[in-house]
Write a protein that binds this ligand. Structure first.
Ligand code: GLV
Ligand code: MG
Length: 349
């Protein structure tokens, strides 16, 4: 544990001071691309106008033979593309891989001033974050960077889940956490081969009808990710960082993807990964509050004056707590409206 006095001090002489607060910029979709794939890279300038976050992925999904090309491709994107309002992130290879150290040593000096967030996969505990924090500070100092890089951890190992609170608290650089359902399923020995989403076998079943014991019984599918998502959302909010749902692998199943994203949104996540351009639109729709919800929230806030006491609106009780719920919705809507003229019009704030 670092002391309160040293927590916000730069971890290397000459490194920029770490942030006191995670800046809340829209990040409804973190759009993944493989920087070694020229076809994908050619679409980057167009994508910057359509996505909140573009992420150059160096880890899983990039073939071993292409690891170095992906790293160089990322550096080239960082040097050549103007990102405007869009954030530029990368997912580095895991800390135990043969590539992580050179990823850091090459990428941070070359494009550290262009990157907003560095995503670290397979984080096991706070010690991983301490290592990344220190190394980043050394590289920032060496490259004379003026802006501290932020760090995002993927929650995809049993140890990571068991230590999620410590991971969030490990560094003031912690921007957020994503749930990684594929690696998490594998490392937990879950018996699903899907990437996120529900599973038709994970159900609870009603009792048999005593008068007709052989009649079909109702079942309700349960959410395999509920426990992990809830832990992640609480840990992130306790420590002021942002929670995200990760990948949804069945690209063709846009309906189930929307459901998965919406569950995450309702539970407190601010965004999800998009693995295909069609998931960008889904995330944008789901992680932007509905105009009717925003209008309702505004009505409650306006009716509650200084926010204390209780009133009835349309038969529903409102009090100090519901005002806070409505402010969450309104704050998000205002933030998104600043960036998106369509939403600005739809919300009319
Ligand atoms: C993401 O990296 C996952 O493993 O689901
Ligand atoms: Mg993974």
């Amino acid at each position: 544990m670092r002391s309160h006095q040293s927590f916000y001090k730069p971890r290397a002489i000459g490194a920029p001071a770490p942030p006191r607060e995670v800046p809340f910029r829209p990040s409804r979709m973190i759009h993944f691309l493989d920087p070694s794939n020229q076809k994908m890279v050619s679409k980057v300038p167009d994508l910057t106008a359509k996505t909140d976050v573009l992420l150059g992925n160096l880890e899983d999904g990039v073939h071993t033979d292409n690891k170095l090309a992906a790293r160089q491709g990322l550096i080239q994107i960082g040097r050549e593309v103007s990102f405007g309002e869009c954030q530029f992130w990368t997912r580095l290879n895991s800390l135990d891989s043969p590539w992580f150290l050179d990823d850091m040593l090459e990428i941070i000096p070359a494009i550290g001033d262009k990157l907003d967030v560095v995503m670290i996969p397979k984080v096991e505990g706070a010690e991983d974050m301490h290592y990344v924090d220190q190394l980043l500070a050394q590289l920032e100092a060496k490259a004379k960077l003026e802006r501290p890089l932020l760090v995002h951890a993927i929650l995809e190992t049993p140890s990571g889940v068991n230590h999620v609170e410590e991971i969030c608290a490990a560094s003031p650089r912690m921007q957020g956490i994503s749930l990684g359902p594929a690696d998490l399923a594998a490392s937990r020995r879950m018996k699903t081969t899907r990437v996120g989403g529900g599973h038709p076998g994970y159900v609870v079943r009603g009792d048999p009808d005593p008068d007709d014991p052989d009649a079909p019984r109702t079942t309700a599918q349960q959410d395999l990710w509920h426990y992990t998502m809830a832990r992640m959302v609480d840990a992130c909010n306790e420590h002021g960082c942002l929670p995200y749902y990760g990948p949804f692998g069945d690209i063709a199943d846009v309906v189930a993807c929307e459901d998965q994203f919406r569950n995450a949104f309702l539970m407190g996540c601010v965004g999800a990964w998009s693995l295909h351009p069609r998931q960008i639109a889904i995330a944008k729709k789901v992680f932007s509050p509905e105009p009717e919800e925003v209008a309702w929230a505004k009505r409650v806030v306006d009716s509650m004056g200084d926010g204390s006491g209780a009133v009835m609106i349309d038969g529903k009780m409102q009090d100090d707590a519901t005002v806070k719920q409505c402010r969450v919705m309104l704050d998000l809507a205002r933030l998104l409206a600043q960036r998106d003229p369509e939403l600005e019009k739809a919300y009319g704030l």
